[in-house]
Design a protein around this ligand. Sequence first.
Ligand SMILES: Cc1ncc(COP(=O)(O)O)c(C=O)c1O
Length: 412
Amino acid sequence: MEFERLYSPAARRLKPSIIRALLSLVREGGVISLAGGTPDSNLFDLELYSEIAARVAREEGRSCLQYGETQGYLPLREQLCRYLEGRGLKVGPDRVLVTTGSQQAIDLLCRLFLGPGDSVAMEEPGYLGAINGFRNLGSAIVPLPLADEEGLHPAAVEAALDSRPGPAPKLLYLTPTFQNPTGRCLGPERRRALARLAARRGMLLVEDDPYAEISFDGPPPRPISADDPEGCCLYLGSFSKMSVPGLRLGWAAGPPEVIRAMTLAKESADICTSVLSQAVGAEFLRGGHLAASLPRLVSAYRSRRDTLHKALLRNLPRGSRLGRAGGGFFLWAELPAGLDTMDLFQSAVEAKVAYVPGAPFYPIEGSGRGAMRLSFCAVEEARLEEGARRLGELLERALTAGSRNPSSGVPA
Ligand SMILES: Cc1ncc(COP(=O)(O)O)c(C=O)c1O
């Protein structure tokens, strides 16, 4: 039986993630992968999570092995409010929704706000999981190019929005802190300006902030949502990078009516997020384990960032531009003209090194082919150096071949 003809228009738009497709090529032995974006599981504190999980099952099992409230397990929402207060964001538990990872929050927002004919504005380059979510629903994406190392420039955002005919985008989706894919961090004045801009234009500003705690040069920056007198910001957070992704815990905090609508949408998505996971997350926060474990995590990731950054500075071809990333998992490199990171991917795998080409992070097809995302999060330092060396060699070879035979472009 052929089922495709039965699919809805939205289902027909679904596409596999290009990153997953590329990563499947990378599993061959010996490839140093600077492509993955998941935390290093060697840094997970197995003792701690087993002890907390056993204890909450024993002591709170009657509630945490049961179905729970769709909005989230109250002890976790209370702990999240305490955590958010420390980041400058004052909300009560009624204004917090626990989600199954922050990816679910993005999906719920898509379902609530977007459909064919609607539009959403986001950074270019930006988070691929959001681009796919927005595209799947058939909504238009208004790309907002990152201006410099501090990310978006509010005046350029105004200009991009003004230059578009038709109604303003409904959502302004931003990852202002240690962005995926560039690692860039929006400056404080720009944060306030973008909150004002969203309020003036009647857009919901969605601040997706999973990397904030992986901050290499001091405490994480104050969220945009902490200075939101107009109440137009929705803050998304996640346990995935600051704790472990396997808990599948994220949250949304913001305007009560948006939280209510997201809760309704979540009810039909999964009834509730695993209460056992939520109880573990609540205990992780309550017991002070976040503060206790972050220094080790941050120091490991900082040291890898330093190693990869230095090695790339030594090895990337002259004329490349490399960001430094004050936190998060990724470095972003823009290569000299003539190098196409999509075409070069297969040769890179043959040279036993992998990266993610820049193009998938651009909502507009055809852009970003001269850039690449390089992650330092899950590779040992000696291998980071060797990965940068292999990459540099490959790019130099491609440049030389391209200049020997300019009409043929860069060989694949
Ligand atoms: C910017 C951004 N948002 C959201 C997510 C989804 O995270 P999770 O669903 O694990 O919380 C990711 C994952 O890498 C991400 O990079």
